[in-house]
Design a binder for this molecule. Structure first.
Ligand code: ACO
Length: 404
């Protein structure tokens, strides 16, 4: 059980006077006083979801951190599989109806990877579009963060994306596993790498194929999920242009029992010892169970924890709910999105949602919705967005960001 929250932005006027010269940190790990430009404050502490949701502020435990750069979001892209599965299609394989799914979730369609499709290829397509929009050459990318819980290689798929993009300068590439909170965690990680690690162009990709872990006979879960990839290019910039204003991150392993896809032993691979008993060595080959979810508990957790997390992030950014242009939540359920917007007093016309077309695409849902909103002209350069992810772990968190 833990949380971390902070603000970095020198662009929030009320925070500017706090900056003062300090030590900068480089990717190599060496310290220098030459690139010193500002000081910001972050916080971290340990608290449970219940306690945090009941009002304990993380700001009490705030401790100083040192940074030297700003970072901004300069490009985005997305990709979805070709196969579309409608509610009516699902009603042919489980006992459900278009009406039940639409009313309870707001979902009408989802995209699903077929046998031949690759999630890595989808992530590469999204990343290429983000680089194109940002007008950044793959060779200039120095970090690839793949936020996914469904990599095609147990050891991580990010290096495969790095290879497919043709990044000749061999950027660092690794995976981040945090289910539906993955993209927000990736965004904050990118900011930390830029501010404290000397990285310049960081590709944050959210990509998931939960369809591969869904029990397609379980009507309680199979109606919810879809597959997709979305990407954002986060770039180092002058501290005055900084576009990641504040964040708030949490996890609570207590809640794992409500939502998981845990490891299971493969019954067929049990090894018999010489006396006929099941031997402990060599270990059995493992696989993962399908997604197990207590929907009601996850629903309750989301509507309780997410608005509070956004409020904390806004507080760290020195902003109020009325100053955000867009609310962009993980696309899990229309009723969750509506409840959070109501609690934060954000009117429906300032809520971004494409849930109806894609369902819950886990780590991809925020960058996918952002990409559509940017390309349709809804989100414009300079707009402030409150983004929040929540899901398995349990994990949840928010980031207050500026587009462009
Ligand atoms: N079609 C028809 N009936 C259904 C279906 C279905 N697809 N699914 C469940 N039902 C039935 C149930 O059997 C139950 O029937 P009963 O009353 O006869 O027992 C009834 O509908 C109500 O079921 P509930 O599960 O109580 O329905 P609820 O209103 O809670 O909605 C839902 C279920 C949509 C899953 C909701 O709980 C939800 O969205 N929860 C949040 C999930 C979420 O946000 N996950 C995000 C994280 S995902 C991740 O991190 C990987």
């Amino acid at each position: 059980m833990a949380n971390a929250s902070g603000f970095f932005s020198p662009t929030v006027p009320s925070l500017r006077r706090r900056y003062q010269p300090c030590i900068g940190f480089y990717r190599s790990g060496f310290c220098s006083t030459e690139l010193i430009s500002k000081r910001v404050f972050c916080s971290s502490a340990t608290e449970g979801a219940e306690k945090h949701a009941s009002g304990a502020s993380p700001s009490e435990s705030r401790v100083p951190r040192l940074v030297s750069k700003g970072c901004k979001l300069v490009g985005c892209g997305s990709a979805v599989p070709k196969l579309q599965v409608s509610n009516d299609d699902l009603a042919k394989i489980v006992e459900t109806s278009d009406e039940w799914i639409s009313v309870r979730t707001g979902i009408h369609n989802r995209r699903v990877l077929t046998g031949k499709d690759s999630l890595t290829a989808l992530a590469v397509e999204a990343a290429k579009k983000a680089l194109q929009m940002a007008q950044v050459d793959p060779d200039d990318v120095d970090l690839v963060l793949l936020c996914t819980s469904t990599p095609e290689d147990l050891f991580g798929s990010a290096p495969q994306i790095q290879k497919a993009l043709g990044c000749k300068r061999n950027p660092l590439a690794y995976d981040i596993t945090a289910a539906c909170s993955g993209f927000v965690l990736g965004l904050v990680s990118a900011a930390c790498h830029i501010r404290g690690g000397g990285f310049h162009n960081v590709l944050v990709i959210g990509a998931d194929a939960l369809s591969r872990y869904v029990d397609w006979t379980d009507r309680g879960t199979c109606i919810l999920f879809g597959d997709a990839a979305g990407a954002v290019l986060v770039q180092a910039c002058d501290s005055e242009e900084d576009g990641i204003f504040g964040f708030d991150l949490h996890s609570d392993g207590e809640g794992q029992r409500h939502l998981n896809a845990s490891i299971k032993d493969n019954e067929m691979d049990h090894v018999l010892g010489s006396n006929g008993s099941v031997s402990d060595f060599p270990p059995r080959r493992s696989s993962y169970s399908c997604i197990q979810m207590n929907g009601k508990e996850v629903f309750r957790f989301a509507v309780r924890a997410v608005p509070q997390s956004i409020e904390y992030a806004l507080e760290k950014a020195g902003l109020s709910g009325s100053s955000i242009d867009w609310l962009l939540l993980h696309q899990a359920n229309r009723r969750i999105i509506d409840a959070v917007a109501t609690r934060l007093e954000v009117p429906p016309e300032r809520v971004i949602s494409n849930l109806a077309n894609y369902g819950n695409t886990s780590a991809a849902s925020i960058p996918l919705a952002l990409d559509e909103a940017v390309r349709s002209g809804k989100v414009q350069s300079g707009h402030t967005i409150a983004a929040a992810g929540f899901g398995a772990g349990l994990t949840w968190g928010s980031a207050i960001i500026r587009w462009g």
